[in-house]
Design a protein around this ligand. Sequence first.
Ligand code: BMP
Length: 207
Amino acid sequence: MSSRLVLALDETDPARALDVARNVAPFVAKIKINYPLVLSAGLEIVTEISKFCPVICDFKVADIPNTNRLIVKKAFDAGASGIIAHAFPGPESLKAIREVDSSKDLYIVITMSHPMGGEFFDIERFCSLALEVGATGVVAPATRPEDVAKVRELVGDLEIISPGVGAQGGSSKETIKAGANYIIVGRGIYLSDNPAAAAEKYSLEMV
Ligand code: BMP
């Protein structure tokens, strides 16, 4: 069975990050790269890792349409297969991302996993925006499976990718049961003494 696990590679030592990525790649569907690693290693790390595993750039893009376009073009040119964006700048900003390359994956943050992380997000409106702009999928929190279930009802068959398992305390099984397609795990894997074994464990845990 293909993996439903995404590695959040927030390791900031570039050599270790590459090593973890190589060891974990056989156990994950994709690797998500956020600012901590790109700011340490440069955008070249996206190019390097995308040679052996699809990379989602988690830049939580949230600007005016023109700036969104410029940011996302850099990520796609570096080899990213997908990008994560915030919904609150509205439809024009999201459509600008789609127009850069509609064959790439666009994921939209619906609500966040940390304590109070849902307070400032409008789940209904953001889900309808994701559908309106033709997003590939949405980001919803494994720390609140009830929100994942609500998002699943609202987005039909769009992909749901869910962070918050491991260090943040969410359960992969509950989150998949609530309707998520993929579980995102960072520290639970890359801080482990044996990241590949940890990834395999998280992968098996959700089936
Ligand atoms: P960890 O498993 O170490 O908690 O990492 C979770 C990853 O998912 C981090 O890269 C974080 O930025 C991201 N994330 C999150 O934790 N909650 C959200 O609501 C949205 C995220 O992108």
